[in-house]
Design a protein around this ligand. Structure first.
Ligand SMILES: C[C@H](O)[C@H](O)[C@H]1CNC2=NC(N)=NC(=O)C2=N1
Length: 99
């Protein structure tokens, strides 16, 4: 499947204004999920993995006790694309403000 093009800094800034739980910029974005337990954090990794497989787009995931740091960038585009934003939106739908 062809990858979407890298987004301009202006497009990234506009998109991130709608994704307040994510930080970063044109080179990639990240969000840390905070779960109530280690087991819940492990399960969150699995839930995000399902989303990643559906999109064929895979974030870096760093699990530390009750926190899971997600970092996403489109490697083939060398920066942020719509695919990263779609992944972020889906994660936010599954893990709203109180993780
Ligand atoms: C063939 C397959 O679509 C590609 O290797 C995908 C898989 N997952 C990916 N994930 C991310 N984050 N960036 C990519 O460029 C990427 N490429």
């Amino acid at each position: 499947m062809p990858r979407p093009p890298r987004l301009s800094p202006d497009d990234v800034a506009t998109a991130l204004a709608e994704l307040p739980m994510w930080s970063g910029g044109p080179d990639g974005i990240e969000r840390t999920l905070e779960l109530p337990s280690f087991r819940a954090a492990v399960e969150a990794v699995s839930v995000v993995a399902d989303v990643a497989e559906q999109l064929d787009h895979h974030p870096d995931m760093d699990l530390r006790w009750t926190k899971v740091r997600l970092a996403v960038v489109t490697h083939s585009a060398g920066g942020l694309t719509e695919l990263d934003l779609e992944l972020a939106r889906r994660v936010d739908a599954l893990f709203p403000a109180r993780d």
